[in-house]
Design a protein around this ligand. Structure first.
Ligand code: SAH
Length: 247
């Protein structure tokens, strides 16, 4: 059986800006012997003596999680990095999935450190579009069929939730977001506000709010989180907000 002296931290690096990395994540990275994660996220960790970086490609989350647990079981101090929060469409679930299969790893010192997730950084940049009840949907159909995505879009719209969408659009599935906008127009009408928040907290940040009638699929890409308001969401000056009460 493997030793259980190592540790595994699953850390969120926030949406991009260094100032939005929490002090406990910075401390965990300073104490790490190994950092594991998707290439662009590992690139955000400064190299130093005694630290081995293990960047890997996207879509290998479970292999990456197993490799990280293996290293922790060997006694290393491993940090798995995600962007934003590690529990939001990211590595924390992949690690626990790997852990389910290996009882001997379950005694390891494992901690999840939260980060500022994209929708919260985006909402703050736009004003307060998530100021009332909201939900959050991953639009990627890599891990679930389109039928489930569409059903959730329709139910959330009917329940008058504000909605935040992650992974809205990629080159490999450009038609999904076109269909998303069609469903939203059907359910929420043409005047509903939609905010496209791209590369939030980085020098490339761009925040654009339009109505659903004005929204086009090319307004989103994989660096964009999309926020659709509820029926009461409105503009005030250059901001957009959802009132605290809906009657
Ligand atoms: N764990 C991450 C989400 C990973 S899924 C988090 O909590 O933020 C990747 C998606 O997150 C992207 O397709 C995009 O929709 C969103 N995203 C991540 N960083 C972002 C940023 N800085 N600005 C806007 N959207 C971002």
């Amino acid at each position: 059986m493997a030793s259980v002296t190592g540790s595994l931290v699953i850390a969120g690096l926030g949406p991009g800006a260094e100032a939005l990395v929490t002090p406990e994540v910075t401390a965990a990275l300073s104490a790490a012997t190994d950092v594991v994660g998707y290439i662009p996220y590992v690139a955000r960790v400064a190299p130093r003596a005694g630290l081995t970086l293990h960047p890997s490609d996207n879509r290998v989350e479970l292999d990456r999680a197993r490799a990280a647990l293996e290293m922790a079981a060997e006694g290393r101090r491993v940090v798995v990095v995600s962007s934003g929060d590690p529990g939001v469409f990211a590595m924390a679930s992949a690690v626990f999935e790997a852990l389910e299969a290996r009882e001997d790893w379950q005694a390891l010192d494992i901690r999840v450190l939260p980060g500022i997730t994209a929708m919260l950084a985006a909402a703050a940049a736009a004003g307060a579009p998530l100021g009332h009840d909201f939900c959050c949907i991953n639009l990627s159909d890599n891990l679930k069929p389109w039928e489930i995505i569409e059903s959730r879009l329709r139910h959330a719209s009917k329940a008058d939730f504000a909605m935040a969408f992650y992974n809205p659009r990629s080159a490999s599935r450009p038609e999904g977001f076109t269909r998303t906008l069609e469903v939203l127009r059907q359910e929420c009408g043409p005047d509903r506000l939609i905010t496209f928040a791209r590369a939030v907290s980085t020098p490339d940040q761009r925040i654009v709010t339009v109505t659903l009638a004005e929204a086009t699929p090319d307004m989103a890409d994989m660096r964009t989180v999309v926020i659709v308001g509820n029926s009461a969401t409105r503009r005030v000056g250059r901001f957009v907000y959802s009132p605290r009460s809906v009657r």
